[in-house]
Design a protein around this ligand. Sequence first.
Ligand SMILES: C[S@@+](CC[C@H](N)C(=O)[O-])C[C@H]1O[C@@H](n2cnc3c(N)ncnc32)[C@H](O)[C@@H]1O
Length: 264
Amino acid sequence: MDDPTTLTNKIAWETASQKHVREYDDLLAQAATGDSLIDIERDLLRDVLAHAPEVIHLQSGHGLDDPALVYAGARSVVGVDYSEVAVDAAQRRADELGVACRYIAATVPQHVPLPDASADLVYTGKGALIWMPDLDAWANEVVRLLRPAGHLFVYEAHPAVPLWTWDTDQPRIRPDRSYFATSHVNDTFPGNGAVEWQWNLGQIITAVVAAGMEVLHVGEYAEPFWRAGGVSAAAWDGRLPNSFSLLARRRASPPRLSTSTHLT
Ligand SMILES: C[S@@+](CC[C@H](N)C(=O)[O-])C[C@H]1O[C@@H](n2cnc3c(N)ncnc32)[C@H](O)[C@@H]1O
């Protein structure tokens, strides 16, 4: 049985994903360009993509990154997202573009109907980890899906982002938020009202290592992965962390330590 927050968020995402249907033609045109992978992603994934990996994209959303991954070298992409609306729209787009992407509606991490060791690359992020109530379960599922020496790539909002106000004159820290909180309620668009889980960088890296991966790269960046339209927050002016990337590789024999074991 899924936890109540996941069930509530799933209903909210089913509604929010109607946007992918309303904006179908625009998104199709964007997907056709293959531009959605940013330079940071292309640089970090260059060697992996050079080997024509089979990719699983966890929480694939509108799926714009999937044709881009294929155009950049991936042999195929399987997108997994619990929104049927998102999955259907992404599949229609991929079929129209004739790219090797297929989509499955399923809840991550507990119900992904894909075999063990079926991916060379698990790709995720851009607003994904905040919906995971159990990061160890997520990391273990990534390891289950990866072939030995397969890679995990995450490009994601920096865990400090919930602290920043959207003030335009200067960056400020919200008095009602903590870097070390476990969750907060989103009060800006488009996630307004949703409970978002907070995982700090130490927790993310520890979960990845404890599940059986070696970390190859962690990068922190001033640029957010997404800028809300019409907002020009001073927190995005180059002085604060707003996104991060992580590249990890599955060990041949994952130790499957729990994070608490790992930390003691
Ligand atoms: C902000 S979107 C980002 C997705 C994608 N990376 C993109 O750029 O479009 C988050 C996506 O995660 C999906 N999602 C959230 N929690 C999920 C879960 N537990 N299992 C599967 N999908 C989930 C939502 O349906 C939504 O499509």
